[in-house]
Every structure is written in structure tokens, then in C-alpha cells.
Ligand binder design. Structure first.
Ligand SMILES: [Fe+2]
Ligand SMILES: [Fe+2]
Length: 374
């Protein structure tokens, strides 16, 4: 079914054109790669997988509760609207929220694909181009999977959030080659990764769990790449140049915290914007969720050397400053492990099923031959 028929609200022009600036760069040096980057490129090739095969699409999903979301985590919970809602309407609201959330993942993945392709084009060194080509493919697979999940299992999509779109636009319009890394790999992907992780670790529904665990396995490489490239580059920048990047990060972080909350879902349910914003602001669960969204960004920003006074102050203000000390390497290693463990569990369960089937067949066979003898 055309996606246009599934959008829960008007999504405007079917094409969004962002004029490109900056140069496409060729490198004639083919034998000068950095070991760590080439190792990441190799890993990117080794770890490709196919969502059509690795994910069990036969698993059923209840579109009215795709993630097993508890009542308390709904922003309307405890309000006068909630009190008036029937179970059917609550299910409808869950469907819209899940649709909104996964639609932002989907649009974000398309953005990540386009940014990775932009990096292939603009980054000066061939090792980074090679690596980024594998990431472009990773992001294409992710967009494909989220798109399939939304079309087949939820049956509804939301247009891209205006603020996510404007951040993406700023990232792409900037002619400095490090900006797609900073805007996409560090900010948008950092935020997405934290959101993926929270859903992966709390949902009791097997299909979204598989999707998120496997996508996160790839994202661990993407973050590693952004960190490597920017850490090296930012060492060479002047203070003024670093401050400009920090301002971009500060602005992006506030925008993502305050303007990416799914208020458009509540508006769609006829709740006035101001009230919808107030509910999202007041919800204790969402407040915690919003803080945790920064668990991947803050340590990354610190690690790449953007840790000036103003940025530190902004993170203190947001209550996420301490996250700068969390161990990103450990988090990434865990993301990879969780995916591998899920594979192992699924394989073991399948093996058990197969053994049970064979045993049953043998027993049935034995019963028949006994009956024949008797
Ligand atoms: Fe991705
Ligand atoms: Fe990514």
C-alpha cells in the first residue's frame, strides 16, 4: 500500500530537496589507510545481514499495543482525558504513539543513509570513504526494516517531526565536512540509539525486540566511526572553531529534548497544543525518558573534545552532566553482545523444536510399526 495512504496526518510534498553545498573529494592515495578505520571497514563488511531473513516477520504484532507499553508511561496517563478514554481509545493512542516513534526512526534512518552517502562524497580520506560506504548500506537496511514494520505490523505512519527535519536540514546544508558527522552520527544517532536501547530493554514483544537489538548491533560501529574521525579532526581546530561546533551541539540538544516529544500525536487526538505540551512536560516517566535520551550523546561529545564551559553548563542545566562519565565502549560492546545472545537463544529454541519434531516422528513411526506387528 502506498505510504501516502497510511500517514496519520498530512505529510506535505512527497519530495524534500535540500540543496547541497561543499565539494566532492577524490583521493588518489589508495594505500594509506589508518589501521583502526580499515578494521572498522572490514567489520562493516563482515557483519552485514539481511533483515528479510534474520528477522522473524511471521511473529504477530498487536497494532493497538505493539510494544507492550504500560499505562504509566503514556503522557496522558492520570489526566482528565485519560479518565474519559475507553480501552479501545487507549489502544488507538498506543498505536499512534508507536507509529509516531517508529516513523521518526524510519525518517531518521533515511537521513542517516543520506548523511553517510554525503560523507562518502565529501570526506578527504579513502579509508573513511570505504567505511562510510558500508554504513550507507547499513542505514538502507535499517530504513527498509522500519518501513516494513510500520507498513505490515502497525499500518500507520507519521510524517517527520518538524524539528527533526530542521536539524537534519542544518546538518546537510552545512558545507563543513565534519557537520554531517556531528549532526547525524553524534546528535541524531546518539539520541536514536538511546531510544532504541530503552525500548529494546523494556519491551516484552519479540518482533520489535529483534529489530532493535539487530539494528543496534550495527549502530555500535557507526558511533565508533564518528568518534574516531572527529576526535582526530577536532584536535586540529582553533578554539573559535570548536566553540562554533559546541553551539551547534547545545542548540541541537535543547531542540531534541524539548521539541521531539510526540506532541503531534496528542494534537491528532484533539488536545490543544499548549495542553499537550504541558502533559508531556509534567509526565514523570517522560522526564526520565528525556534524560536517558542523552546517555549516548554526552559521553560521546566529551570524548571527541567538545567540552567547553558553555556546553558543560548546558548539560548541568539539563541534568545530564554526569552522563559524561559513562563508559561508551562498554555500552557499545553490550549492544553487540545482546544481538549475538538473541541469535543464540533463537537458534537454541529452533533446535529444540526441531529435535522435538524428530522425536515425535520417530515415536509415531514406532507406534505404527508396533500396531502393524500386533
Ligand atoms: Fe541506522
Ligand atoms: Fe547509524
Amino acid at each position: 500500500m502506498p505510504t501516502y495512504d497510511l500517514y496519520a496526518k498530512d505529510s506535505g510534498d512527497p519530495l524534500w530537496q535540500v540543496p547541497a553545498t561543499g565539494a566532492a573529494r577524490f583521493s588518489w592515495e589508495y594505500d594509506d589507510g589508518r589501521d583502526r578505520l580499515l578494521a572498522l571497514y572490514q567489520k562493516g563488511k563482515d557483519k552485514q545481514w539481511d533483515g528479510q531473513k534474520r528477522i522473524d516477520w511471521e511473529l504477530e504484532v498487536d497494532p493497538y499495543d505493539p510494544l507492550g507499553t504500560p499505562d504509566e508511561s503514556m503522557s496522558l496517563y492520570g489526566t482528565k482525558y485519560w479518565a474519559k478514554m475507553t480501552d479501545k481509545e487507549k489502544g488507538e493512542l498506543r498505536k499512534h504513539y508507536a507509529s509516531w516513534q517508529f516513523s521518526q526512526f524510519l525518517h531518521g534512518e533515511q537521513g542517516a543513509m543520506i548523511c553517510a552517502a554525503r560523507i562518502v562524497e565529501s570526506v578527504p580520506d579513502l579509508d573513511a570513504k570505504f567505511y562510510s560506504a558500508t554504513q550507507t548500506m547499513d542505514e538502507a537496511r535499517h530504513a527498509e526494516i522500519y518501513g516494513r514494520f510500520l507498513h505490515e505490523k502497525i499500518g500507520m505512519l507519521y510524517p517527520i517531526n518538524d524539528n527533526l527535519q530542521s536539524l537534519l536540514g542544518d546538518t546537510l546544508r552545512d558545507s563543513r565536512w565534519d557537520m554531517p558527522y556531528l549532526g547525524m552520527q553524534v546528535l541524531i544517532e546518539g539520541l536514536a540509539l538511546a531510544a532504541f536501547g530503552m525500548i529494546r530493554d523494556t519491551t516484552d514483544k519479540p518482533l520489535p525486540k529483534q529489530i532493535l537489538a539487530y539494528v543496534m548491533q550495527d549502530e555500535a560501529r557507526h558511533v565508533a566511526f564518528g568518534r574516531m574521525a572527529l576526535r582526530d579532526y577536532y584536535k586540529q581546530l582553533t578554539d573559535a572553531e570548536l566553540r562554533e561546533r559546541e553551539e551547534f551541539v547545545i542548540e541541537g540538544c535543547y531542540l531534541m529534548r524539548d521539541r521531539l516529544r510526540g506532541v503531534e500525536v496528542l494534537e491528532n487526538f484533539g488536545i490543544p497544543t499548549a495542553e499537550a505540551e504541558e502533559y508531556s512536560e509534567q509526565s514523570e516517566f517522560l522526564a526520565l525518558f528525556r534524560q536517558l535520551l542523552f546517555s549516548r550523546i554526552v559521553p560521546c561529545v566529551k570524548d571527541i573534545g567538545l567540552w567547553g564551559k558553555r556546553l558543560q553548563q548546558a548539560y548541568v542545566d539539563m541534568g545530564v552532566f554526569e552522563m559524561g562519565d559513562s563508559n561508551l565502549d562498554l555500552l557499545m560492546a553490550q549492544d553487540e553482545e545482546i544481538a549475538e545472545q538473541l541469535d543464540a537463544e533463537r537458534f537454541a529454541a529452533e533446535e529444540q523444536e526441531r529435535v522435538a519434531e524428530v522425536t515425535e516422528a520417530i515415536e509415531a513411526g514406532a507406534g505404527e510399526s508396533q500396531a502393524g506387528e500386533g
